[in-house]
Design a protein around this ligand. Structure first.
Ligand SMILES: [Zn+2]
Length: 706
């Protein structure tokens, strides 16, 4: 699946798509890979010896026995709620983080595996959805055929690049690479216009890098220098795997590093990109052409089948200047080398084992500290979900999510909206005029629960059994076209950015809606067997988190209709910024690993959402109790149980490598700080656990925005 370049979507946790490198990509016009040697109906590879369980794996629950009574909750609340879990749950060798979230992700993955194994039986009675997901999965699982085919499925494209004769012909190859899912040189897609949320426009954005962030090309510390060295080695090995002799591959890796460094120089960093105005520069096609004349833009737009449009957002104009410099100053042969690299890089996951292993070696082992490649079935489930999410999602929803799940969640959403309204009305620092505007926005937030009303139609996407690489490339092309087809059409407000099995949630400031996939609406987040307090500390705080995103430093810049428009009085904006700065300072002081600090500005939106979310969840719980004292359960009051539930959903272990990677790239703080950073800001927590004024979990000053 392609990532939209400039779209701002605020999630609950780091999207796995952002966390993990390279999803398989696609290429049309290719010779299909050899058909599977498996007999029809027989499952290939490790599944035959290790079949999916017939019953769903054990539910992940809130567990009072996990509390470590040796630790004072007022000293380190996260350790009190999580240290026992952390000690008992080391990171499995095929993971780089392991937490209560990942436990649930793995549980979902087992369910999806069951669906896919059933659908992958080559049975003529399958419906069209089963055919697509089943054949996609079966092709991906067919390791033998993929290994036997070698780089043959990629050969037509490699030949095309080899046969290019001049820089003028490069545009045609960039078109092809973009269609099949690569972001060679730059990114292209569609987005809602920041200034007019009803309008879908084209967007050209920075891209073309192989390291996780532009800063990786420039940071001067030893670790960053080591990573650059390892990356260059990785590129070299991949070029060797394509058949290039060692010395040539060494040279090629240097060339690629130089080109990407020049592209990175023109790119904006992540913190700056959080400001929508910094990535919004509407231009005509002509203006883009004068910024980067080395690309034949007319040919490019025809080549990607872009609908006619008067303007497009050139998100980062300086990037396109830098890219033009690269095209002008780099030799033709070196540019061909760069395109060849991005072709193999994008497709690595659906190539033979040696490519998969080398890709794992750098992106998972070096960058994330993961010890072992995860079993093939796990990766194939993930790719099917990424490429056919709403097809696989239909079957998942049929199996796991009933109507009553939707109704129960909606009821909680309304309770949380009620408490956010109460919170806004009683804020001491906001004037009446801005409060009115804030309430208009709150009341306009649309709620999407579980899964789409209308499933995506994949009928034009051809999935061929035995053609893993082709399937992946055609899926990317399908998605690229789907995005471009939106341009000039009315905005589809029913569309989802996440597939139904996803354990995550998001707020979309341009849609002004909150979205909760079915995957997260289950224990430990939502549990029918638990009391309200536990559910409000779980899914209640998640709902509160998403609602608060509408009013964080980024979300607050958009109005009720999703337009980028300032609805704040200057004085209220100033008061907001003062309070937000307190959060920036607080989280900047946290150190996830060694001497690495969190970036308080990069994580500001998420931290604001965590703080606001838990507060309004607690308000909703109290509103429900209506002044009546609820009985203690297992010796804990409802308030205490809400905090305990919040603490427990964030229990996790991370490798040091992931802690570093996430500090540099992830807008979300690690679990420890999502818990301690929030509760230490709340007088309600101090009261609930009878903490003294000088306890570590009572901050001075306590930050509060919402
Ligand atoms: Zn969030």
């Amino acid at each position: 699946m392609r990532l939209l370049p400039a779209l701002i979507v605020l999630t609950l946790i780091c999207s796995p798509l952002l966390a993990q490198q390279t999803t398989p990509a696609a290429q049309p016009n290719q010779v299909p890979a050899q058909p599977s040697s498996q007999k029809p109906g027989q499952l290939p590879g490790p599944t035959a010896v290790n079949p999916a369980p017939t019953v769903a794996p054990e539910t992940v629950r809130f567990d009072i026995n996990l509390l470590d009574k040796q630790i004072d909750p007022c000293t380190n609340f996260y350790a009190f709620t999580c240290s026992k879990w952390m000690a008992a749950n080391p990171i499995p060798p095929d993971q780089s983080t392991w937490g209560r979230f990942t436990e649930l992700v793995e549980r979902n993955r087992q369910i999806l595996r069951g669906i896919l194994e059933k659908a992958s039986a080559d049975d003529p009675k399958r419906d069209s959805v089963e055919q697509k997901i089943g054949d996609y999965y079966a092709s991906c699982m067919d390791e033998n055929s993929i290994n036997t085919a070698g780089i043959k499925p990629l050969q037509p494209e490699l030949d095309r690049i080899a046969k290019l004769t001049s820089k003028q012909e490069l545009t045609s190859e960039i078109i092809l690479l973009h269609r099949i899912g690569s972001d060679a040189l730059f990114n292209f897609g569609s987005q809602q216009d920041f200034k007019d949320a009803n309008l879908e426009i084209a967007v050209a954005d920075q891209g073309g890098l192989g390291l996780p962030d532009r800063d990786y090309y420039f940071k001067t510390d030893q670790k960053s220098a080591d990573i650059r060295k390892a990356y260059q080695q990785h590129v070299e090995t991949m070029m060797e795997l394509l058949g290039d002799p060692g010395e040539k591959a060494t040279e090629e890796a240097k060339v690629i590093m130089d080109i990407e460094t020049a592209l990175a120089k023109g790119s904006l960093d992540r913190t700056t990109r959080r400001d929508p105005l910094k990535i919004y520069h509407p231009m005509s096609e002509k203006e883009l052409a004068s910024l980067a004349p080395s690309i034949d833009w007319k040919q490019y737009f025809i080549g990607i089948d872009m609908p006619a449009t008067k303007m497009l957002n050139v998100a980062v104009p300086d990037f396109f200047k830098a890219m033009n410099g690269v095209l002008k100053n780099t030799s033709f042969d070196d540019l061909k080398t760069y395109l060849r690299w991005h072709l193999v890089h994008t497709n690595a996951n659906v190539l033979p084992d040696k490519f998969v292993n080398e890709n794992f070696n750098f992106y998972s082992k070096t960058l994330r500290g993961q010890k072992e490649l995860s079993p093939r079935w796990k990766r194939c489930v993930q790719y099917t979900d990424e490429d056919l999410g709403e097809a696989l999602g239909q079957k998942y929803v049929d199996l796991t999510f009933g109507v009553e799940g939707k109704q129960r969640t909606l009821k909680m959403v309304h309770e949380l909206e009620g408490s956010l309204q109460q919170d806004i009305k009683t804020l001491p620092w906001m004037t009446e005029a801005t409060k009115q505007q804030a309430l208009v926005k709150l009341h306009a937030i649309a709620n999407k629960i579980g899964y789409p009303d209308k499933w995506r139609d994949y009928s034009t996407l051809k999935i061929v059994r035995g053609d893993a690489l082709g399937n992946s490339q055609r899926a990317n092309e399908f998605e690229f076209h789907r995005q471009l087809n939106k341009i000039g059409k009315p905005v589809d407000r029913g569309e989802w950015e996440m597939s139904p099995p996803t354990v995550n949630a998001y707020y979309d400031p341009q849609m002004n809606n909150i979205n909760f996939p079915a995957g997260i609406l289950q224990p430990p987040f939502f549990d029918n067997n638990m009391d309200d307090a536990v559910n409000f500390g779980g899914v209640g705080a998640v709902i509160g988190h998403e609602l608060t995103h509408g009013f964080d430093d980024q979300g607050r810049q958009f109005d009720a209709k999703g337009n980028l428009r300032d609805w704040w009085t200057p004085m209220d904006a100033h008061e907001f910024e003062k309070r937000a700065q307190c959060i920036v300072n607080e989280y900047s002081s946290f150190k996830p690993v060694d001497d690495v600090h969190l970036n308080g500005k990069l994580t500001l939106g998420e931290n604001t959402a965590d703080n606001g979310g838990l507060r309004i969840a607690l308000m909703a719980l109290m509103n429900g109790l209506d002044g009546k004292a609820a009985p203690e359960i297992n010796g804990y009051t409802p308030e205490q149980r809400l905090f305990l539930a919040w603490g427990q959903i964030w229990c996790e272990n991370r490798t040091d490598e992931v802690a570093r990677l996430m500090a540099a790239t992830n807008p979300h703080s690690p679990g420890k700080f999502r818990v301690n950073g929030v509760v230490s800001n709340m007088p309600e927590f101090q009261k609930a656990f009878h903490c003294s004024d000088n306890a570590p979990m009572v901050r001075h000053p306590q930050c509060r925005v919402w």
